[in-house]
Design a protein around this ligand. Structure first.
Ligand SMILES: C[S@@+](CC[C@H](N)C(=O)[O-])C[C@H]1O[C@@H](n2cnc3c(N)ncnc32)[C@H](O)[C@@H]1O
Length: 264
């Protein structure tokens, strides 16, 4: 891939935009610029500030869909490729893996990340450049919260799945136990943004956006309802680390034609 696009260092998340990130009509533009800017330190910050839990969460999510060699996997909003690669490290790897993201700098690092087991494609999760029914697993880790239009993104995850295919989503949620929630939110709103901003030398406000986008995002129940609404037949939600993240598994019925949002 070509040279990484240059860093844009202006602050993207202040005031109203920070309080209500999901309500911004240009959220997608801001999100793309933010990830292009933080790409070089993105994976390091994840591991440092989750105490290495991010890897364990991805492994759990992979196990939850039991991949086999005959699976064709599309990892949506793949970023630097950590989730797609986690599938490659599981017992039985999917036979075919594609990672897709709209941020060029994230994708460049995914392609440079080695492993050789995946192909990488630049594309928008809201209009995926793949035919209906072309995959048996769709996955998305820490991506759906960043979408401009969540329902369209979930609809696309459904559309590109073959009948009987499964979708797995890993996303931050708010812990339900009050004391743990308080402790976790103190960490994620006060300590993490300071530390992560310092280490990454970020100027976009990415690590203030992160906790704000989690607090103002829907809960696990509403995510399950949305997944059912776009057509998934069976939906489960499993909290990990006392609810800091949730793994959703959604299965497409065997008799679905696989066309919801766009006809291809
Ligand atoms: C928090 S990162 C997650 C990366 C990776 N899945 C992981 O587990 O580390 C979110 C990613 O979503 C991507 N993203 C957000 N909106 C997108 C969209 N509409 N289409 C494609 N990628 C998108 C961003 O560019 C970013 O790489």
């Amino acid at each position: 891939m070509a040279r990484m696009e240059s860093r844009r260092d202006e602050s993207l998340w202040v005031g109203e935009e920070l309080q209500q990130p999901h309500a911004q009509s240009d959220k997608a533009v801001r999100v793309k610029r933010m990830f292009d800017a933080i790409a070089p330190t993105y994976a390091l910050i994840n591991t440092l500030f989750s105490g290495g839990r991010d890897r364990a969460w991805r492994r759990s999510a992979v196990r939850s869909v039991g991949p086999t060699a005959s699976d064709r996997l599309l990892d949506i909003a793949c970023g630097t490729g950590d989730f797609a690669r986690a599938f490659g490290r599981c017992g039985t790897k999917p036979g075919f893996v594609v990672g897709c993201d709209f941020a060029f700098n994230m994708l460049t690092l995914a392609a440079a990340g080695g492993g050789g087991m995946a192909r990488w494609a630049q594309g928008d999760a809201l209009t995926l450049p793949f035919s209906s029914g072309s995959f048996t697993i769709t996955s998305c880790a820490f991506g759906v919260r960043n979408l401009q239009d969540l329902d369209s993104g979930l609809g696309e995850m459904f559309r590109v799945l073959a009948p009987g295919g499964r979708a797995v989503i890993l996303e931050f949620t708010r812990p339900s136990r009050r004391l743990w929630r308080w402790a976790y939110e103190f960490y994620s709103t006060k300590i993490m943004p300071l530390g992560a901003t310092l280490v990454s030398r970020d100027r976009t406000g990415a690590y203030r956006y992160l906790p704000s986008s989690v607090v103002s995002f829907g809960d696990a129940e509403s995510m399950c309802a949305r997944l059912r609404r776009v057509g998934f037949e069976t939906v489960t939600a499993t909290p990990l680390t006392l609810g800091v993240v949730t793994v959703y598994v959604a299965i497409k019925g065997q008799h679905e034609r696989g066309i919801t949002q766009r006809q291809q």
